[in-house]
Structures are given as C-alpha cells and as structure tokens.
Write a protein that binds this ligand. Structure first.
Ligand SMILES: [Zn+2]
Length: 584
C-alpha cells in the first residue's frame, strides 16, 4: 500500500464526495452544515449517524463508529486501506498507478495496534466507571462528551487493564512496545505507557491515528506525556490537527498556531478549523515546512505572559526562516485561546485574529512599552533583541522592510544596521541573552558565555579559573566556543575569520570597569544552571515509565536538582520550564 503516494491519497480524499458516497448506503438528511441518517453500522432507526463534509468525516453517536471516506468503505464493505483508496479514486475519476510487486507496508501492524488502542481508550472515556474522572474533567473544562467523542478523545485508566484488553484483542507484546503503547522499565517489566490520562489522538496526514498526547488527571508527572517517536510517528514532523486543518488553511489562506491540545479543540469548536499546535516541543523547522505546504501566512496565538512571548518569538523566527509571513495575535493578559472563547465567544477570537500584527512590529511594540527606546544603551539592547528576527527573515523583501523598520524604531542609520545584520552572527544563533534580560543592572556584559571569555582574556589568575570552571562543549555560540578553545590551547592564530572577529571584539571590549569577581560568580552560576536544566530534562524523560519506588527516588532527585537550580539562579526556571507543557 505504500505504493500509492501520499499526495495522491490526499488528492483522492479532497476530491471525494463523502456525502454522495455514504448517501448510497443510507438516506442522508441535511441538518445545518451536516447530514444525518440512521446508522448503517449498528442498524439503528433514529438519525444518530452524522456526516460532516466540512471535516470529511462521519460519526455515530450511538455505536461510535467514525472516520473518513476511506474508513467508511473499510468498515462497511470490509475493504483494506489501499482497496478503499482505489475505490474512492475510481469514483472521483482520479487515476492511480497500478500496484507494483512490493508487498504490504511492514508498518501495518503498528497502525492497526494504535487504531485498536484508540477505540479502546475512547470506550473507556465513554463508559468505564473509572473514566468518570475524565468525564468530570471535560465537564469542568466545558467540553461536552458529544463534542469530545467524535474527535476521538479517550481515557487511559490507571493500572494494567490496558495490557489485558490488548492481549484479549490479539495484539502482540512486541507490537505494542514498538507502537509506543507500552514501555519497558529498567527491571524489564512492561507497563502501559499511558495511565490515568485523558488522551488526544494524534493523526498523520492520511488521518490515521499514529500517536497520543496524554494529559494527567489528578496528581502526577509530567503534566503532558506524548507517545515516543516510532516508525509511524515522528513528533517533530507532524502537527496536532493538521489532518483537518490543512484543508481549511488553503481556504482561509492562513494558519493559526496555538500552544496546546485544548487550545486547538476550543478554536476549532469555535468554527475556525485552520488551527494546529506543535506536539509538546518548540516548533521545529520540519513543522514550519509542513505549514508552508498549505499556506503562506501564520498567525501565532500564544499566551501573552513572558513565557508565552518567548515561545511566540521562537516559533516566529522558525517560520520566518521558512519564508512564511508571520503575525502575532495578542490575547488579553491571563487568557489563553481556550478561556477566551469560553468567556467571550468565537466572535471575539475572530476580532483578535483580525488585529494580529507582524511579528517584528509586535517585538518593537513590546520593547517600546518597556521603555527600551528611551535611552542609548536601551536602544542598543533593543536592537540585539530585534536582530535574530531580522536575520531569520528568509524572504529578501521582508528582510529589507524589517531592516528599515528596526533602524527607524531604534534611531540608527539603515546602512549601519544592514552591516550588523550581515555581520558575524548572521549564520550563527545569537548568543543566549542570559541573565541580562531580567536584570538590567547585572554586571554581565551580554551573556554568561561572553562574560567568561572576557575574564579568560584578562590573563591569570582568571584564565586558569575559567578553564577550570567550564568545558568547551558548554559554549553554545560556536565562535565563542572556538575562542575559548584557542585561548585555552594558546592557538589564537588558528581561529577562522568569524571567530577571529569575535576574539578581536572581546579583546577590544575588555572588562570596562566591571567587577571581575561578581562577573565570574554570575556567569559560572548561569552555566551551572544550564547543566542542571539538562539534568532535569533527562529525569523527566525517564520518570513516566518507572516503578512507583523508582519514581519516588527520581522525583526526590528532581526536587534536589530543582532546589539547587533555584539557589544558583532564582530566575532561570521561569524561562525554561515551559517546554513540554502544551496547553493547560
Ligand atoms: Zn451506529
């Protein structure tokens, strides 16, 4: 079946007349934008079976059969997936290349296992007594079960009933493990990956369920847990809801990017279908490319707090790098898309989207509001914040406009800024801004990495102290790493052009009257905080699958690392902890 190319399947699905096809099997009656009929699967007499052409799907509110036009043929006529695609293609008049000699897709058992699990999880949400906690949770978020079920939401109970159920349905242990539905502990025992969680199914571009995102209900960590990467799921290469949103993106000529699953749910229930979310990580380059296949304009709709803004601008830069046009919609303080729609309705959301401003303009607004442009050093720092966005803009016209606008806002000559944009940092990531951003009176010149290099260049005893305190790999900014290595090895003449220029700049800057002791202490603390942060990430990855005993000791370990982190750098966490928590 891998022989039918994805884009052909896509073309077939888009061309398919789902109402006409299903209408040959049942008598459909229009109700609003949808169609209703007695269900052909459980043989009911009431009109509980819905066909929703806008989403290209069907769903029965009694027996819960649901899916797209291909699934309909598979379930109704017992066809396999490729046969169903060919049948729909024949009716839509789309030619499909003949079947070649290759056999079936070896990943078929994984798709099938995830689909079986999805059905089982949905049934737990519907009717299991233990699922009451999930039903109550949805009620508390003002989501009806009738809304949640057609979207395939499910509940994964605590305990091991999932394992027995899957065994009863004939699924093999190794397949469950490979599909990411179970996990192996360090001692070799196998446990369900999702326990005590509300599950959001994640679909691939063919609208097949390939993974889940699970929100914890009650106590537990982490708050959100996704399926791991598997042969059928690569989280950096998929977006939540893209299988539905991509059609709407073309029509609306825009995509709305939100942070979490609930945000997607609420925005799409408000009738705005072109909404997607990354899968628990920052937006990746591949995800940005995926969006670009369907539209040229993205509106970012994240929280307006500091962490939300940082996530906004990170995603914005990634989208600019792919040549997309990027706007930012601004939510009232304290609101997320979910609460906004609940409180003020869909019309308010649409207004907000209409008021979205270009991402660079939004940055300038924020810097202006914080008074950055009022002083000379402030203007310099404001430019440092704008430069990454200007450099990210791949489209030459956008970049040109950005340079003009930033030069105007900061009151510098355009040609001066142009040179800076093309300068040393143009191909490298800008050095992390570090403590400077939250502490204007900080003795750090620009970042911890730079502070350490300035000290290193002061000669002994600072040179020895710095070399003792950090390893070259800890320098994230490549030219700085090169400078560090070359000074440590007395090989400054071997630097390449970019690093040599960085070296000259650092030499020229010097300590400038700053207190080296204070500088050293802050910079080393910052580097240590980054180390601890990496350690926390490692623990988080390991935590969900361990036995309760081992979990308890890992949690204790986490707390210890976290306390250490706060002691080292009280403000550090606020910035970094947000990752891995899509939606709330
Ligand atoms: Zn039914």
């Amino acid at each position: 079946m891998s022989l039918i190319p994805d884009d052909v399947i896509e073309q077939v699905r888009e061309a398919a007349d789902i109402v006409g096809i299903i209408g040959e099997h049942v008598e459909l009656k229009r109700t609003g934008a949808d169609f209703r009929a007695p269900c052909p699967f459980h043989g009911g007499t009431h009109r509980n079976f819905a066909v929703i052409p806008r989403k290209g799907m069907f769903y029965c509110f009694v027996c819960h059969a649901g899916g797209d036009v291909f699934t309909f043929f598979m379930k109704k006529l017992g066809m396999d997936y490729p046969t169903a695609v060919r049948e729909v293609a024949r009716r839509a008049g789309i030619p499909i290349p003949e079947r070649g000699p290759a056999g079936p897709d070896p990943r078929e058992p994984l798709y099938s296992a995830v689909a079986t699990a999805a059905d089982w999880f949905a049934r737990q949400l519907r009717e299991s007594p233990e699922g009451e906690v999930a039903r109550q949770y949805l009620t508390s978020r003002h989501v009806d079960l009738d809304t949640a079920l057609p979207l395939g939401l499910g509940y994964a109970p605590r305990g091991a009933t999932f394992l027995d159920a899957m065994k009863g349905l004939g699924l093999r242990d190794d397949v469950l493990l490979e599909a990411g539905l179970t996990a192996k502990r360090e001692d070799g025992t196998v446990v369900p990956r999702f326990r005590g969680r509300l599950l959001f199914p994640i679909h691939d571009l063919r609208a097949r369920v390939v993974a889940f995102g699970g929100r914890i209900l009650g106590e537990g960590e982490p708050k959100y847990l996704n399926s791991p990467d598997t042969p059928i799921f690569h989280k950096g290469q998929l977006l939540y809801n893209l299988h539905v949103a991509k059609h709407a993106m073309r029509k609306a000529e825009r995509a709305i990017l939100v942070e979490g699953y609930f945000d997607v749910l609420r925005v799409s229930l408000a009738g705005i279908e072109e909404v997607v979310a990354p899968l628990g990580t920052g937006l990746t380059a591949e995800q940005a490319q995926l969006v670009k296949r369907h539209t040229a304009h993205v509106i970012l709709l994240y929280d307006s707090d500091d962490a939300g803004l940082r996530a906004t601008f990170r995603a914005g830069d990634e989208l600019l790098r792919q040549g997309l046009r990027v706007s930012v919609a601004t939510l009232p303080p304290g609101d997320d898309p979910d609460t906004l729609v609940q409180r003020h309705g869909a019309a308010r959301l649409e207004e907000l989207l209409k008021d979205a401003v270009d991402v660079l303009e939004r940055k300038i607004q924020i810097l202006d509001r914080k008074g950055f442009f009022g002083t000379l050093p402030g203007r310099r720092r404001a430019l440092d914040r704008l430069l990454p966005t200007i450099r990210a803009a791949k489209d030459p016209i956008t970049r040109e406009l950005y340079i003009s606008r930033a030069a105007e806002a900061a009151g510098v000559r355009k040609d001066v800024l142009e040179r800076e944009v093309l300068g040393a940092g143009s191909r490298e990531r800008f050095p992390p801004s570090g403590p400077r951003s939250s502490a204007p009176s900080s003795p750090l010149p620009a970042s911890a990495e730079k502070a350490l290099l300035l000290l290193l260049l002061e000669g002994e005893p600072w040179r020895a102290r710095v070399i003792d305190a950090v390893d070259p790999e800890e320098f994230e900014f490549a030219p700085y790493r090169a400078v560090f290595e070359s000074v440590a090895d007395d090989a400054v003449l071997a630097l390449d052009d970019t690093s040599a220029r960085a070296y000259e700049h650092l030499k020229a800057e010097g300590l400038g009257g700053r207190d080296p002791n204070a500088m050293y202490e802050m910079a080393v603390n910052w580097m240590e905080a980054r180390r601890l942060e990496r350690e926390l990430e490692r623990l988080d990855d390991q935590l969900p699958f361990e036995s309760p005993d081992r979990q308890a000791s890992l949690i204790a370990e986490k707390r210890r690392v976290f306390d250490e982190l706060r002691k080292r750098y009280p403000r550090y966490k606020i910035a970094a902890r947000r990752r891995g928590a899509p939606g709330t």
